[in-house]
Design a protein around this ligand. Structure first.
Ligand code: FES
Ligand code: FES
Length: 164
């Protein structure tokens, strides 16, 4: 057997995700996106490009929108994380952004949708009355290959009106 010299170091981390605290031993090289999906089973966080471009892996970490594919899980030690699973009150009580995406046909294949929901949730908290230009600018970090964005933009506008 070839000795590759690989050294797997693990570290115990503690994170609170959607209000639930988890402690896990993780490989120090494990990406936060893989930790959320594989260790915690929260597969609503999608992984597309794995290089910070598509926005599908967006989560909120200590109040800031981040791309979980660009962080190691160990960097989230001690942090509060909200994933898309933490946005709605429940399956029968969706967040206004989620309802608006449905009503405005802002979802097709749905791959980008969790990232859009998390990003726009964070954006509307910072800017509750955005112009269309500001919405389009905020959506620039979320790539959608299906909808052409018109429905998503309408949905964000509609959700911002409802939240007022
Ligand atoms: S998977 Fe993280 S930005 Fe695309
Ligand atoms: S709905 Fe398919 S990528 Fe956006």
């Amino acid at each position: 057997m070839v000795d590759t010299g690989a050294c797997y170091e693990s570290k115990r981390i503690r994170v609170t995700v959607n209000g639930v605290t988890y402690e896990r031993d993780v490989d120090v090289r494990l990406l936060l996106s893989d930790f959320i999906r594989q260790e915690l089973g929260l597969t609503g966080t999608h992984v597309g490009c794995e290089e910070g471009v598509c926005g599908a892996c967006s989560v909120i970490l200590d109040g800031k929108l981040v791309r979980s594919c660009l962080m190691f899980a160990v960097q989230a030690d001690g942090c509060q994380i909200t994933t898309v699973e933490g946005i709605a009150q429940g399956p029968d009580n969706l967040h206004p952004i989620q309802e608006a995406l449905i009503e405005n046909h802002g979802v097709q294949c749905g791959f980008c949708t969790p990232g859009v929901v998390v990003s726009m949730y964070s954006f509307l908290k910072e800017n509750p009355e955005p112009s269309e230009e500001e919405i389009r600018e905020a959506l620039a970090g979320n790539i959608c290959r299906c909808t052409g964005y018109a429905g998503i933009v309408r949905a964000v506008k509609s959700a911002s009106r409802k939240a007022r």
